[in-house]
Design a protein around this ligand. Sequence first.
Ligand code: FA5
Length: 342
Amino acid sequence: MKEKMESLRQRFSKEVENAKNSEAVEKLRVAYLGKKGEVTELLKGLKEVSGDQKKELGQHINQLKRQVEEHLAQKLSQITAMEEQALIDSAEQYDVTLPTAIQSGSYHPVTIIQRQLEEIFASMGFVVEDFKEIVTDYECFEAVNIPKDHPARDMQDTYYLDNGQLLKTHTSAAQNHILRKYGAPCRAIFPGRCFRNEATDASHETTFFQMEGIMVDRNISISNLIYFMKTMLSEVFERDVKVRLRPGFFPFVEPGFELDINCLICGGEGCSTCHHSGWVELCPCGMIHPNVLKEGGIDPEKYTGFAFGLGLTRLVMMKYGVKDIRDLNSGNLKALSQFRHE
Ligand code: FA5
């Protein structure tokens, strides 16, 4: 029996030595220590042996069993360390510059169009300005000729802070700051996020983007305004789009206009986006009111200017055929990822 055990020990040692991976070690464990393993069978065979011999043999088999267990454990930890190292080594060879199958992020369509507009206007000599989102009552209303209790305020309810400041309802809130910063002559655009406390529908959100533009110089007229509006639209849409100009009232312009675009979702037939009118209000505009120029430190006797407040989010809807404005703020990756390659 002892000889049998010795030859088993030697065979096991060789086999453990040759094991190349953790599966091979597991196979050995089953072959020697499993239910029908060789060492287990030896232990089972003890019941055939009697008396003192049983005790002595039992000790030897248990010793062999412990040795087998220890060897297997040692070999397993050796192999695990090697396998981990191999993983680390192969990770080191991973080339992070290679294109991957992982989906990359993309710019929001509003950002894409905003940047395109910034390029168009910059090429026409306009500076691009940024402005804060929390503004004072003066900046948002009084500086643009909307005194306290003016009915025009009803059109632009917003969210007020305890300190009396508010989330800006329109990019016109930056007009005074820009006029004071540059004086006359000046050409500037200033895109920004706006907020209004109003019911949402397919074309109205409580948070949306506008892009304001002003041009002040000697002898600026409505013809200049129309020229810049037409140039901007034909560049963005890369084709002729039907627009209409109609009178519109805004306290900060005189005369004021509404520039509407033929609804590109329904082709002018009427749909929920255009409230079944066939037209979408896109870009109110007009000649800057003398009071606004004066408040900005510019002499209205010498200078005139135009201003426009483009509905940037609505422009994006028309450009990409987005039927519902709420899709643009929903964070829906399926919708937004369509703009990845722009
Ligand atoms: C204004 O905000 C004026 N400050 C624009 C202006 C600037 C006029 C300079 C004259 C001179 P109005 O409230 O109409 O105007 O908004 C301008 C545009 O912003 C709208 O034509 C529309 O395209 C967009 N807009 C307004 N409210 C929302 C809203 N709730 N959701 C999405 N877009 C909106």
